[in-house]
Structure formats: C-alpha cells, structure tokens
Write a protein that binds this ligand. Structure first.
Ligand SMILES: O=C(O)CCC(=O)C(=O)O
Length: 181
C-alpha cells in the first residue's frame, strides 16, 4: 500500500508502536495524521498512510478506532465531526485497518471493566518529511547493519533521493548507506 500511495522507495517508517488502550481510557482527540506536517497537508496526494493491526479483538466496548468514513474528502483542515458521521473499526485480532493520513480518526474510549485493546500501529511517511519517531536514535548501527536493505531504508539508514534534486539525509555527502558498509 505504501509503495502505491507514497511511491516505491520514497518513504520511511513513521511509527512502529503498540497502542494499548486500557479499561477506563477516554477517547483520543479526532485528528488527521497528515496534520503533523501542516505545510505539506491538504494536497491531492498522500504524504502518510497507516496500518493498525488488531493484536486483540477491537470492539465498541474496548476502544476500537473511531473513523469518519469519507472525511478524506471533507474540506478544511479539521472540520467538526458529528457522532453520526463516525463508525468504529470493530475487527478480530489479526485483522488490520489501513487508512490515509487525510482520514479523520482517533483511538476509541475503553468502557470495559477489564479488557485491553492492543493495536500495532505502523505508519509510513514520505521520505522528504521528518518521521514521528526517530528510529536512527533508537536503532544502533550494529543492528541496522544486520537488517535487509529495505528495512534499513525504512528506518532512515538510507538517503532519500528526490526526483529532481539532491539527496536528503546524507552522510559526508554520500548516501547514508555508506555507514553500513
Ligand atoms: O489507537 C488507535 O486506534 C488510533 C491511534 C491514533 O490514531 C494515533 O495515535 O495517532
């Protein structure tokens, strides 16, 4: 999906997180992920897409993601959302929700007594934007050297090559990959 919407070799891992919503948690603020990069948002193309994989069942009760279907086409940066314009990403463990950075969404309230809702949140962002998580500071060079090239790229250990300009994220004016050789 990221290859298709962001362009092959054109993007980095934005988030690699477990999002664990416990009993009593209140709803997350609804948002569009692309507004992390406000100057780049609001274009026709995608700059970020995300998958949330259900590691436990996602239910209305335990905090299934709240989604406003079709909101990727709603004008304005962050329009008002009525409850009747939303639905919940109810799904079985093992299923995933894939969404554009333009779709208004948020983690749901967990009104259960004792259930944890656990999602694996894997997002991707265009290579010319800064990722939410700083993987280069949390992945050592030793670990990066042992990863497949695609994973090295996803974590920012390879430079981004814009179509019409110089590289971004270089090391001594070379592709960052020289550090791994
Ligand atoms: O946990 C969820 O269901 C959504 C999380 C989310 O949208 C976020 O943290 O940005």
């Amino acid at each position: 999906m990221a290859d298709q919407y962001l362009g092959e070799d054109n993007y980095y891992l934005n988030t690699g997180q477990l999002i664990c919503i416990g009993p009593g948690e209140t709803p997350q603020m609804l948002h569009r992920d692309e507004l992390n990069w406000p100057e780049a948002a609001g274009q026709d193309h995608e700059i970020t897409i995300t998958a949330i994989f259900a590691l436990t069942d996602f239910t209305e009760e335990n905090g299934a993601t709240v989604i406003a279907p079709g909101s990727q086409r709603w004008p304005g940066a962050m329009p008002e959302v009525r409850p009747d314009q939303t639905c919940r990403a109810v799904m079985k463990a093992g299923a995933a929700l894939l969404y554009s950075g333009k779709v208004i969404h948020g983690g749901g309230a967990n009104v259960s007594q004792d259930q944890w809702r656990v999602g694996l949140h894997a997002g991707f962002v265009s290579g010319w934007l800064r990722s939410e998580e700083n993987h280069q500071l949390t992945t050592s060079l030793d670990v990066a050297r042992r990863l497949p090239e695609h994973a090295q790229r996803m974590l920012g250990f390879r430079s981004y090559v814009p179509p019409k300009s110089a590289r971004l994220g270089m090391v001594n004016y070379e592709d960052a990959g020289v550090l791994l050789e």
